[in-house]
Design a protein around this ligand. Structure first.
Ligand code: GLN
Length: 243
């Protein structure tokens, strides 16, 4: 039976607003199709093997947690994360986790946290929080998909030239409240400011990420269709409120 290995990085420090639900959503949607999963939790002091995992998930955290894990992140973990990104491992990173894949985060009070630089983005703190339910549009498989989420961040993220936005903001702030971009894509890395969590109520995005990881591991992988009626009803209700 096919099997996927998922890494949850810093599950004890980066897990805001039910971000762990993204792991549950990915696992369930794989299991419902007869694909086995194994989840490995890797935190401070534990080795991150860049060749072991098919999917790496990093959730969100406050500036405080981001600073606490910094000594652990820099050095070997940073080198291994960069290697995994460049080797086309599939990543999903949310908010604080998204920020730490970038070059640096300059907090609102001028404190600079140098991060991994695994993707070419940087974040500048502002004194105003970007908070609330939000929605954006993403192009997935040549279709425009509406995605609903919840954001709460003061960091404004700006994308470098090699990084594409995950989508265009329709309601809310997205990356920085200025340029209309939402989230980021680089190689097989998907980043978003959306907590909530993101994937359970956005099954098309969840499947797109799973398909990316399955194709990488097994070649062209045929993903069976699931009955998403309940998920789509939840999404439609949220989109209707936001429009
Ligand atoms: N500390 C970051 C910010 O406020 C990330 C917050 C989060 O993960 N929700 O910008």
């Amino acid at each position: 039976m096919d099997k996927m290995q998922i890494c949850h990085l810093y599950p004890d420090l980066l897990n805001l607003y039910g971000d762990r639900g993204n792991i549950i959503s990915m696992t369930k949607r794989l299991n419902w199709r007869g694909i086995q999963t194994e989840v490995f939790e890797i935190s401070v002091g534990e080795h991150f093997d860049p060749e072991k995992y098919d999917i790496v998930f990093i959730g969100g955290g406050q500036d405080f947690e981001q600073e606490i894990l910094l000594p652990d992140l820099l050095g070997e973990k940073t080198a291994n994360l960069k290697y995994a990104v460049e080797s086309n491992v599939t990543f999903l990173a949310i908010c604080g986790g998204y920020q730490l894949l970038g070059n640096y985060y300059k907090t609102w009070n001028g404190h600079q946290l140098d991060f991994t630089g695994a993707i070419d983005i940087h974040t500048i703190g502002s004194t105003e929080r970007m908070i609330g339910n939000f929605m954006f549009e993403a192009e997935l498989n040549h279709r425009t998909i509406e995605i609903a989420g919840f954001e709460n961040h003061s960091g404004m993220t700006f994308l470098g030239s090699k990084v594409q936005p995950l989508g265009k903001i329709r309601k809310g702030s997205g990356n920085n409240g200025k340029d209309g971009t939402a989230g980021a894509r680089y190689k097989n890395v998907f980043c978003s400011y959306s907590h909530g969590p993101l994937l359970p109520k956005n099954p098309i995005l969840c499947d797109f990420i799973l398909q990316t990881a399955l194709n990488e591991k097994f070649g062209n992988y045929e993903l069976k269709t699931l009955d998403d009626e309940a998920e789509n009803q939840a999404l439609t209700a949220m989109l209707r409120r936001l429009r």
